[in-house]
Design a protein around this ligand. Sequence first.
Ligand code: NZQ
Ligand code: ZN
Length: 394
Amino acid sequence: MFGFTFYTPTKVVFGKDTEKEAGALVREYGGTRVLLHYGGASAVKSGLIDRVKASLDEAGIIHVELGGVVPNPHLGKVREGIALAKENGIDFILAVGGGSVIDSSKAIAYALADPDHDVWELFQGKRPACGCFPVGCILTIAAAGSEMSNSCVITNEETGEKRSYNDNIARPRFAVMNPDLTKTLPDYQTESGCTDIMMHTMERYFTQGGNMELTDEIAEALLRTVMKYAEILHRDPGNYEARAEIMWAGSLAHNDLTGCGNDGGDFATHMLEHEMGGMFDVTHGAGLAAIWPSWARYVYKDCLPRFVRYAEKVMGVRDEGQGDEAIALKGIEEMEAFYHRIGMPVNMRELGIVPTEEQIRAMAVSCNEACGGSQGSAKVLHLEDMANIYRMAL
Ligand code: NZQ
Ligand code: ZN
């Protein structure tokens, strides 16, 4: 195993009606003037925004609103938030939504701490952040794990580039998680979220070494749990216990718990998907489901022991003397069957996109550039590998 630093400073407040604590939590973390940041219509329609505003009022906290964050959040909205926050002397960003709203909030928070530089430079890898205003969140979808992660993913809608920037200083101060809030989600978003949650753990699982037994066991339990409750939610979306299991799994899948001791993880599937999100604006989790089977078939021989362990311990494949490669391939097939059972695609056509050869090249070039020339641990991928995986996923 490798040494590691496990840093998870986010206070989690989990359970029914916890959004009522928003005002007190902002105050606890020093906020006095809040930018209340949210997405399209869902949080307004459900009355959540009104409940959060009431909680802020009760705590005597001044607030300014900015809604309209779209999935695969735009740099333009980040810039709007920066300007509004500066005008109003904002000292705390409260995100009410999912990964897109939380990431938009993190980007605004980086910019407020460094007003003389363009925040997009962080995402271009030109410089590290020198600070970050405090962010808190009220989670409305279990998926991206941004509520406890150090990651922030923004799309530059003018260039079509979707880029991430990771820094521990952006981890939210608190995350309010009320599973009831996720009951209004469309099924497709719930299931895309489950796929993303699993992938955050799988990215850390398929590596060339350094994994600890304890980390592996936690990862496998998390994956089996998400699969079980994803199927329950597919049939019974109003099931609170199932929503709670999935919500907590989403945070643990991406707060680095399932990466302790490994080599930093693979993350090629994520990098490949980010290009699909940037070019075609697909839902992140569904995009992952569409590309993972092709990635897996492309790399499994280079990481065979992990694929065999995954097949046996997560997908329930039995060793009946068929040989390691057959076991690994069966595990991938079982994963595809699971995706289908919860209504997820297993290739780009099923996802609803059919990139041309020119678009595949453009995605591969951009992905390779975003990765700095190569990506992966299970198998190190270069430009041609990336293009090949996109072609396999057609
Ligand atoms: O805007 P509204 O109306 O709220 O609709 C949203 C949106 O259309 C809807 N939604 C959210 N909560 C709802 C709801 N609808 C009804 N009821 C609710 N309670 O769901 C849609 C998706 O929301 P979004 O925030 O985009 O979902 P998610 O949490 O999956 O975030 C995806 C973004 O996060 C990035 C992705 O790339 C993508 O841009 N990621 C961020 C990560 C991080 N920061 O650590 C890691 C991930 O790997 C991921 O890359
Ligand atoms: Zn993800």
